[in-house]
Design a protein around this ligand. Structure first.
Ligand SMILES: *Cc1c(COP(=O)(O)O)cnc(C)c1O
Length: 431
C-alpha cells in the first residue's frame, strides 16, 4: 500500500482510516472526495514539530490554501498550530468563515486588485506577501487611508529550477511571480518598500516550485536569499527578520515516488541556514514554509463508480467512471501520475490493461492511462489515491456535472464536510 492509513478488510475492500470505502460510497454517494483528517493532522505535526525543533524560534508552517480550501479544514489547521496562506478574497472569506484568526493569514497573489487589498486590510489579514512595486504602492496607500501599518514580506525570485514540471515551477527568473534578484529589480523593490510609511517590512519570500523530494533546492534558495539579504543589509541597513521559503515538498503519487523525510529535510535545511548565517555574520531569521500538497495530498482519495468497459479492438480498453476532469483535471492538464485501485476487489488479479476515462465530452478527459486492474464491471468502485491536494480546489462544473461531496474521516468515523452540489446550485447565480 502507498500509505499506512490504507488497508484491505476481510471482504477484500479498500479501507481508509479503518473505514470501508464501499460503505462510504454507499452512504455518501460517488464520486466522493474522502479526506483522512487524522493524516492531515499528522502531516501538520511533522512540520510544526520539526520546525520548532530545528529552526530559529518563531519558525512555523503556513498551509497553502490553494491546495485545499473549505470551511471545515480551518479549525483542524488551527488546532494543529498551522498558520495559512490565502491567494484571493474568496480564500480569506472561507478561512474566516471556518473561524480561522485573520492575523494568522498571509495574503499572496500576483494581481491583487484594489478591492482585494481593501478587503484583506479590513479583514485584518496578518501579512501581505507583496508581489511587485505596483501592489506595494497601492497597499501603502490603502493602509494609510485605514490608519494601519501593515506587515509585509516581499516576494523575490531566486532564479532556481528545481527540475520539476515547467507548469508548476515558479522559482525561475522568467515568470509572472515576484521580482527577480538577478536583474537588480528586487533590490530596488526593497529600497522602495522601506521608504513607505504604512508598511512594516519583515523580510523576503521565495517559492521555487512543487513536488520537491529533498532539501537541496531549498538550500540553494537559502544561499541566494542570504546573499541578497546581506547585500540589502550593507546597502540599505535593513535586516530581514523573516525568510519565507515557500512550499513544495512532494508526496507519493505512485510506488516509484520516494517517501519524503520531512523532518530530516527540515533539519538539513536548518543546518544549512545556520552555517550560512554564521559565515555571513547575519542574524538568524525566522523561517516560514508554505506546504500545501504535503499536508493534504496523501490524506485524500476519490471514489468513483464504474459505468462500463469499452474495448476498441486492436487498440485499448477504457474503463469509464462517473466523474473525471471536473473533479480532477490534473491528468488532462499535465498528465499527472496517480495510483488507481479496485476498491471493491482488492484481492483480484490485476491483469486487465486499461485507461480510466471520465464522463466529460472531451477526449482528454482521462484519469490515468495504461494501468492494470481486475476485469471491471458496471457498479464496481475505483479509488484514485493522493487526490487531497489540487483536486477539490481545481474542480469545475463542466458539462454541468455537480461537484462531489467531501467526507472527513477521523478516529474511525466519517462526517460530511461539504455536501454534493444539487441542480439548484448549478443555476443558483442565474437570473
Ligand atoms: C503553490 C504554492 C505553495 C504550495 O505548494 P505545494 O507544492 O502545494 O506545497 C506555497 N507557496 C506558494 C507561493 C505557492 O505558489
Amino acid at each position: 500500500m502507498l500509505y499506512e492509513n490504507l488497508s484491505v478488510n476481510e471482504k477484500g475492500r479498500l479501507c481508509v482510516g479503518g473505514l470501508d470505502t464501499v460503505q462510504l460510497a454507499a452512504e455518501f454517494g460517488a464520486p466522493l472526495y474522502v479526506l483522512d483528517e487524522d493524516r492531515v493532522r499528522a502531516n501538520c505535526q511533522r512540520y510544526v514539530q520539526a520546525m520548532q525543533a530545528y529552526l530559529p524560534a518563531g519558525s512555523r508552517p503556513l498551509f497553502a490554501g490553494k491546495a485545499l480550501c473549505f470551511k471545515g479544514l480551518y479549525p483542524v489547521l488551527e488546532e494543529e498550530g498551522m498558520e495559512a496562506d490565502v491567494v484571493s478574497p474568496g480564500e480569506i472569506y472561507t478561512a474566516l468563515a471556518g473561524g480561522f484568526p485573520p492575523e494568522k493569514l498571509y495574503f499572496h497573489g500576483n494581481n491583487k486588485t484594489d478591492e482585494d487589498i481593501q478587503f484583506a486590510l479590513s479583514s485584518g489579514v496578518g501579512c501581505f506577501i507583496v508581489d511587485n512595486p505596483l501592489e506595494l504602492r497601492r497597499l501603502d496607500h490603502y493602509a494609510g487611508t485605514m490608519g494601519k501599518r501593515q506587515r509585509v514580506l516581499l516576494r523575490v525570485t531566486p532564479g532556481i529550477d528545481p527540475h520539476t514540471l515547467q507548469a508548476i515551477n515558479t522559482g525561475r527568473i522568467d515568470c509572472q511571480f515576484g521580482v527577480p534578484i538577478e536583474t537588480g529589480q528586487a533590490e530596488r523593490f526593497v529600497a522602495e518598500a522601506l521608504t513607505l510609511e504604512h508598511l512594516e517590512v519583515e523580510g523576503f519570500h521565495s517559492h521555487i516550485g512543487s513536488q520537491i523530494f529533498e532539501a537541496a533546492p531549498f538550500c540553494d534558495a537559502v544561499d541566494i536569499l542570504l546573499d541578497f539579504a546581506q547585500g540589502i543589509r550593507e546597502k540599505l541597513g535593513f535586516t530581514a527578520r523573516v525568510l519565507n521559503l515557500g512550499g513544495g515538498f512532494g508526496v507519493r503519487y505512485q510506488e516509484r515516488d520516494p517517501v519524503v523525510d520531512i523532518p530530516g529535510n527540515i533539519r538539513a535545511l536548518a543546518e544549512h541556514l545556520t552555517a550560512g548565517c554564521a559565515a555571513k555574520d547575519y542574524p538568524l531569521p525566522q523561517v516560514l514554509l508554505e506546504p500545501g500538497r504535503s499536508i493534504v495530498g496523501d490524506a485524500g482519495l476519490t471514489l468513483y463508480r464504474v459505468g462500463g468497459v469499452k474495448t476498441i479492438e486492436g487498440y485499448r480498453s477504457y474503463v469509464t467512471v462517473n466523474g473525471g476532469m471536473t473533479d480532477n483535471p490534473r491528468y488532462a492538464l499535465y498528465q499527472a501520475p496517480y495510483t488507481v485501485l479496485p476498491a471493491d476487489r482488492m484481492n483480484d488479479q490485476r491483469t486487465f490493461r486499461c485507461s480510466v476515462a471520465g464522463r466529460c465530452c472531451e477526449s482528454g478527459d482521462l484519469i490515468q492511462e495504461e494501468i492494470d486492474l481486475p476485469q471491471m464491471q458496471r457498479e464496481d468502485l475505483l479509488a484514485v489515491l493522493t487526490t487531497g491536494a489540487y483536486n477539490f480546489t481545481m474542480a469545475s462544473n463542466y458539462n454541468r456535472l455537480c461537484r462531489p461531496a467531501l467526507v472527513m474521516v477521523r478516529g474511525g468515523k466519517a462526517r460530511l464536510a461539504v455536501r454534493r452540489q444539487t441542480f439548484e446550485d448549478l443555476t443558483a447565480c442565474e437570473l
